[in-house]
Design a protein around this ligand. Structure first.
Ligand code: ADP
Length: 438
């Protein structure tokens, strides 16, 4: 038994003895026992009331002193509050260190609560996003950063890629925003950085390629014209150089195609997004199909399956270019007697899907993520031999980006490849609805 309980035991013993003496004195043990118990109970209630009083203002008041069992209780509570205070101090110091670290970050950081309300902001974020502390803390970030692209980015919750937009307070500053979800209740860390320099460099690169391509276009046309007329020359000179001229002609054609593709890519990158109009996809795909039949010249079995009611909001020429690139690749890379299936349908999630499946050579898995890079070819010599520029899939990727779509590639060496364009549900147009509203 420890000291507190010993004191309490002595106290009870003295109480009992005093009660017995009192009972003997008044010759009524029952009354004495009742009085004694009431006094003991009153003492406990008094101690309990002191504890309750202290608990109601424990942050400022000192815990009461006591003896016996109540001394023990007060001591234990004192120990718990001391530990609690130490934990709180450590937490406070940690939070302060965290705030100092994020304050020193050159990147902006904002923590968002479950409803995208601002919880913490560092200094860089205030200057890049134009937020104010403490006024903006607690407000949903989309009420303060109103750029439509940013609002859509937050709503769509597809945070795997960063978003680049002009800073809301300075349109000359380009910012990159990345969101990292964390915690169990949909909290997010928003990171924002100034990418104006990179953006400028990217702009210079795009302009440079577009200018070089433009500059090359006219000389190539002139060279092509001269080579063609020299090839028509039936004199001894013409016949002697015919083979060499034909090679020059082929290479000039290739250069022209590269220049055309580069110009198309730069226009896809730089021209502002035009408002989408419903495109008659069944008609577009059928005309790609007839070109494919011509290109294949009966060497492949080409199957076509189209949902006739499925239209898409977008740009006819761009879609034609993307879809024909995929179909012509399938024809070019699939050997004679191979099969190609073209399919256009709506999936269960309301995404429109255009897929081209072939029984060609297939592609090794390691190449798949890089296929849409400019000039990336699995077999450069073969691509050149087939008249490829190495830019076709880069064009497809850019067209799909402009149409809220993505490209999925599945391939197995020796078995063939499937290239699928997936378009977002908001781009899907039902021909029947279109007709009835016209
Ligand atoms: P290219 O002009 O060389 O065809 P693309 O960008 O269209 O350029 O394609 C990039 C590379 O992807 C090609 O060089 C080829 O190696 C590979 N590729 C594209 N489509 C297919 C296909 N259907 N089957 C096999 N390989 C393909």
């Amino acid at each position: 038994m420890n000291a507190f309980w010993k004191i309490e035991a002595w106290r009870i013993l003295i109480f009992v003895v005093a009660t017995l003496l009192f009972g003997a004195g008044i010759d009524n043990y029952l009354l004495a026992a009742l009085v004694g118990s009431l006094i003991y109970l009153a003492w406990h209630l008094h101690s309990l009331a002191r504890l309750d009083g202290w608990l109601s203002e424990y942050r400022t008041a000192e815990i009461p002193e006591g003896s016996g069992i109540w001394g023990r209780v007060y001591d234990r509570v004192r120990g718990i509050t001391r530990h609690h205070q130490q934990d709180m101090d450590a937490l406070h110091r940690g939070l302060e260190r965290y705030q100092q670290t994020t304050k020193a970050l050159p990147e902006g950081a904002v923590t968002l609560g479950p409803n995208d309300e601002i919880e913490l902001i560092n200094e860089a974020a205030t200057s890049l996003l134009g937020l104010k502390v403490p006024q903006d803390v607690g407000s949903p970030i989309t009420n303060l950063v109103r750029d439509p692209q940013f609002v859509r980015y937050i709503q769509d919750r597809k945070f795997s890629e960063a978003l680049e937009i002009p800073s809301p307070i300075n349109l000359h500053v380009q910012i990159s925003i990345r969101i990292v979800p964390y915690g169990e209740v949909n909290q997010k860390l928003l990171l924002v950085s100034d990418v104006s320099r990179l953006h400028k460099l990217e702009e210079i690169r795009r302009d440079f390629i577009a200018n070089v391509s433009h500059e090359m276009k006219s000389p190539l046309t002139v060279i092509k014209g001269y080579v063609e007329s020299m090839m028509d020359d039936t004199s001894e000179f013409g016949l002697k150089w015919k083979k060499a001229l034909s090679r020059v002609d082929q290479q000039t054609d290739r250069m022209c195609r590269v220049v055309e593709d580069l110009l198309q890519l730069s226009s896809l990158e730089t021209s502002p997004a035009e408002s989408p109009i419903p495109v008659d996809m069944p008609c577009l795909i059928r005309s790609v199909y007839s070109e494919a039949l011509e290109l294949s010249n009966g060497q492949h079995g080409i199957q076509l399956k189209i949902d006739e009611t499925l239209y898409l909001a977008g740009n006819f020429n761009q879609l034609y270019s993307a879809l024909s690139n995929l179909v012509f690749n399938a024809i070019q890379y699939t050997p004679e007697r191979g099969r190609i299936s073209i399919d256009w349908h709506l999936d269960q999630d309301n995404h429109a899907r255009f897929s081209v499946r072939d029984t060609g050579p297939g592609i090794e898995h390691e190449h798949l993520p890089r296929l849409t890079e400019r000039f990336y070819r699995v077999d450069t010599a073969r691509s050149r031999e087939l008249g490829g520029t190495g830019l076709g899939l880069a064009i497809v990727k850019h067209v799909l980006q402009r149409h809220e779509g993505s490209l999925a590639i599945a391939s197995e060496p020796g078995k063939g490849s499937t290239f699928t364009c997936v378009f977002a549900p908001q781009r899907v147009v039902d021909k029947r609805v279109l007709k009835s509203s016209a």
